[in-house]
Design a protein around this ligand. Structure first.
Ligand code: NAD
Length: 394
């Protein structure tokens, strides 16, 4: 099959396996080019096939030679349809890890289900040295959650809370800047978004792992959040997703209290805005990111998932001394993004940007490139005219 990108809005319905393979190799090479980290040797990543979860898994495997188990929800290719990017990412990561002498296994299924939790616990017992994990990274970004107990589905929405919100946004395919107005969420939409993006399921995972005796002494866990600048607050930090993230922080404290019994800890890492399948779906954020990337690239501060995860492990968590957090106990990987000089320049550009000057004032090109790269496109080292086997099984 010859595969070309087919997209609508923030969804690309085709994926190029060879591009995904190169994306994986790039991330592995990046970690190999950095120094080794004295980190934990048994790592479970929930949401490990794309974005921050994938990068944390690669950083753990190649940065501290960890045995990793990844959990994700992805589709393989068929004879007429490409698989999902995360499916190829995982295939190529695990194939390369095995070649490099690193143990890696996975569970593909709905992480919210009891069944996948049970399968993962069984795999930890069989596959992890001594049948235990030292670090659990919880990196799910899901549009919905099936509550198997109550037999209902919760849908997450991206809406402001309290009052309507109007702001600039960009169609990142055309460069057209317009105003978007979003009505505030209803109470049940807020509740459902918290059920999907909050910390309840994270806590269930840790409780199940503990009950099964699969947590090593001193086991730690971590989930990711975002704060961002005031232009995005109504749609993110103070919106429905922000409510989910506030719940994640509450649950992190509860999980930390429970883990303290075995000398363990729970962390929230506030990460930088990067292009992922989850973040490109949020209105307003692509325009903010395009401006941010321009400023951060000019200042030599720009990072993607893999640079963020390497720095998180090497400088904040496993630096050989104390874990470095802010005064509220969060790991701050948005430290460069939120620097005063970066944000004041982004604010200035935000005021001036429109459809006519967007390519001059922002890095929309870079944003779009990152978007297509998520699906294995936009690489100059892949022959996109070549026939590829989309059912690739390695
Ligand atoms: P992503 O879309 O790249 O990754 C989501 C992962 O979750 C994938 O591995 C996917 O397979 C998995 N997943 C989704 N639903 C699942 C299910 N039901 N069962 C099993 N696996 C499932 O997202 P991302 O942007 O890397 O987000 C990961 C975390 O990082 C989220 O908590 C997000 O809020 C946070 N974060 C993202 C950004 C950003 O800019 N992208 C910034 C800060 C924090």
């Amino acid at each position: 099959m010859i595969i070309k990108p087919k997209y609508r809005g923030f969804i690309c319905t085709t994926v190029h396996p060879m591009g995904c393979r190169k994306n994986i190799w790039d991330q592995i090479e990046y970690i190999k080019s950095k120094g080794k980290i004295d980190g934990p040797k048994r790592v479970l990543v929930i949401g490990s096939s794309t974005g921050y979860g994938l990068a944390s898994r690669i950083a753990a495997a190649y940065g501290f030679s960890a045995t990793t188990i990844g959990v994700f929800f992805e589709k393989p290719g068929t004879d007429c349809k490409t698989g999902s990017a995360g499916w190829y990412n995982n295939r190529f990561f695990e194939a390369q890890a095995k070649k490099d002498g690193l143990d890696a296994a996975h569970v593909n299924g709905d992480a919210f289900s009891r069944d996948v939790k049970t399968q993962t616990i069984d795999m930890i017992k069989d596959f992890m040295p001594d049948g235990k994990v030292d670090l659990i990274v919880y990196s799910l970004a899901a549009p919905k959650r099936k509550d198997f107990g109550a037999d209902r589905i919760y849908n997450s929405v991206i809406k402001p809370v309290g009052s309507a919100f109007t702001a600039k946004t960009v169609d990142f395919h055309t460069g057209k800047v317009t105003d978007i107005s979003i009505a505030p969420a209803q109470d049940d939409e807020i509740m459902e978004t918290v059920a999907v993006m909050g910390g309840e399921d994270w806590k269930l995972w840790v409780n199940d792992l503990a009950r099964a005796g699969t947590l090593a002494a001193g086991a730690e866990t971590m989930a990711f959040s975002y704060i961002g600048p005031s232009v995005t607050h109504a749609i993110y930090k103070d919106g429905t997703i922000g409510r989910g993230k506030a719940d994640l922080e509450v649950k992190s404290k509860e999980i930390g209290d429970e883990l303290s019994g075995i000398g363990g800890r729970s962390f929230i890492s506030i990460n930088k805005a990067v292009v992922t399948q989850a973040s490109s779906a949020i209105p307003v954020v692509p325009l903010y990111m395009s401006l941010l990337f321009k400023v951060m690239k000019e200042k030599g501060l720009h990072e993607n998932c893999i640079e963020q995860m390497y720095r998180l492990f090497s400088e904040k968590l496993y630096n050989g001394s104390e874990v470095i957090t802010d005064e509220t106990g969060r790991l701050r990987m948005d430290d460069f993004e939120m620097r005063e000089d970066v944000q004041s320049e982004v604010t200035r550009l935000w005021g001036a940007v429109d459809s006519d000057n967007i390519y001059r004032l922002s890095d929309l090109e870079g944003f779009r490139n990152d978007f297509f790269k998520l699906f294995g496109f936009a690489r100059d080292d892949v022959d996109y005219e070549a026939d590829v086997d989309v059912e690739v099984m390695l």
